[in-house]
Design a protein around this ligand. Structure first.
Ligand SMILES: [Zn+2]
Length: 210
C-alpha cells in the first residue's frame, strides 16, 4: 500500500495522455502498486478523450493518441503479490526483463549503484540501488526529481517510503535519502532540468513506445 501519491492533476493528465513520457512512466509505475490511484485513473479514463482535447492545443493524430492510450492500458490491474524477488512493473520490463539483480549496475558511490534507462540533456531516467543502511549525501536539484520506490524502503527528512511511493522533489527541497538497515532499496528516479520534453512529441521521439 502506497502512502505517497502523485498529485490529482498528474493523474488527470495521465488519464488524458498529456503527461510527458517520463512522468507518465513514473505515474504508471506507481499505479502498479496503488489500487486507489488505479481506480481514480480508470474513472478519469472515461472522460480522458474530452480532457485531451481541452488540455492539448495542438492537433493530435488518432493513431498517436491510440498508441499512447494503448501504452497506458498496459498497466496491470492485478493486486501485487509479495514474493522473494521483487516483481517488476510491466512498464519497466523493456529495461528489466529478468529482474533487478541481473542488471548491469554501475557503481556511483560505495553505497549507490545506478542503471541508466534514458538520458538526454533535459532528462535522466535511471534505476538506483542503495545498499542497506546506505546514505546519500544531502543534495538539491535544479529541476525536479521524481522517485518511485520499487523495492525496500528509504527515508529522508520528510518521510519514510516503501513500495510504490511516489516522491516529488524540486529545487526547493534539500534531502539526504537513506535506505533501511535491513535491506537494499531500489528506486526509479527521473530527474528533469532545463527544457521540458514536450508531452506527446516527447513520446514520439523516444524509443519508449517502439
Ligand atoms: Zn497512489
Amino acid at each position: 500500500m502506497s502512502h505517497f501519491h502523485p498529485q490529482p492533476e498528474w493523474l488527470t493528465e495521465y488519464a488524458a495522455g498529456s503527461l510527458d513520457w517520463p512522468m507518465a512512466l513514473a505515474v504508471g509505475v506507481h499505479l502498479h502498486y496503488c489500487p486507489a490511484c488505479r481506480q481514480a485513473v480508470q474513472q478519469l479514463d472515461a472522460v480522458g478523450g474530452a480532457l485531451l482535447e481541452e488540455l492539448t492545443p495542438m492537433a493530435v493524430s488518432a493513431g498517436l493518441k491510440a498508441s499512447v492510450m494503448a501504452m497506458l492500458d498496459d498497466v496491470p490491474v492485478l493486486p501485487v503479490q509479495k514474493t522473494k524477488a521483487p516483481d517488476v512493473p510491466a512498464l519497466l520490463k523493456r529495461w528489466v526483463p529478468q529482474g533487478y539483480t541481473d542488471l548491469r549496475w554501475r557503481r556511483v558511490l560505495p553505497v549507490l549503484h545506478e542503471v541508466m534507462l534514458e538520458k538526454n540533456r533535459d532528462i535522466k531516467v535511471a534505476l538506483h540501488r542503495i545498499a542497506p543502511g546506505g546514505k546519500i549525501s544531502s543534495h538539491t536539484h535544479t529541476g525536479q526529481e521524481i522517485t518511485v520506490v520499487l523495492s525496500g524502503h528509504f527515508s529522508d527528512e520528510l518521510g519514510m517510503y516503501a513500495d510504490g511511493d511516489f516522491i516529488l522533489r524540486t529545487g526547493e527541497h534539500q534531502h539526504s535519502p537513506r535506505a533501511s538497515q535491513n535491506e537494499e532499496c531500489i528506486c526509479l528516479t527521473i530527474v528533469q532540468g532545463g527544457l521540458k520534453v514536450s508531452g506527446l512529441l516527447g513520446v514520439l521521439v523516444n524509443p519508449f513506445l517502439r
